[in-house]
Design a protein around this ligand. Structure first.
Ligand code: SF4
Ligand code: SF4
Length: 165
């Protein structure tokens, strides 16, 4: 059964240990097999979830942005890139992130700059890549995004993974 954001909140605490065992379980499986299952269930689940009723990623995360995207975002905010960068961008020494939470461009639970949103936003929840089982972002996003949560739960079921408490 599809779990929505409110359902996830009630079960996440109970999934921490289960997921440690699941990560060990899929370590024994070929990466390509896990990728294929994640891609398949992403196709199914993402059609069933209404992102405009969720927007959790836009409320909880700080998307990565490059210099060109900062210029575009500054225009949308009627600001200069320098002022925008000083006020709204976090630099961690390697990369830049839009640091407003919820995102300053989220209006009425929708992205107000949707067609110009940063690549990191357009690509979220990043389930189309490869070697996904090794990516820490997969497990971070499991607790943020109902798509990721449901995809992983479906993959567990398809692989016959059972967590014996
Ligand atoms: S991508 Fe995930 S977290 Fe973001 S709005 Fe859609 S379901 Fe919610
Ligand atoms: S730019 Fe749009 S898609 Fe990206 S976090 Fe902000 S509201 Fe969400």
């Amino acid at each position: 059964m599809l779990a929505l954001l409110e359902d996830m909140a009630s079960v996440l605490a109970t999934k921490n240990i289960e997921n440690i065992f699941f990560k060990k379980f899929i370590r024994t499986k070929p990466s390509s097999e896990i990728d294929a299952l994640i891609h398949k269930h992403n196709q199914i689940i993402s059609k069933q979830i209404d992102c405009t009723a969720c927007a959790n990623c836009c409320k909880k995360l700080e998307p990565g942005v490059d210099d060109a995207e900062i210029v575009q975002l500054a225009k949308h905010a009627n600001s200069s890139p320098e002022v925008f960068k000083n006020n709204f961008i976090l630099f961690d020494g390697v990369s830049c992130f839009l640091k407003t939470k919820p995102c300053m461009f989220l209006k009425e639970n929708k992205c107000s700059i949707y067609s110009n949103r940063p690549t990191a936003c357009a690509d979220y929840p990043h389930l189309n890549g490869i070697n996904l089982k090794y990516k820490s972002s997969l497990w971070n996003n499991y607790s943020v995004c109902p798509i990721v949560f449901n995809v992983i739960e479906n993959v567990k079921e398809e692989l016959g993974f059972v967590y014996a408490k």
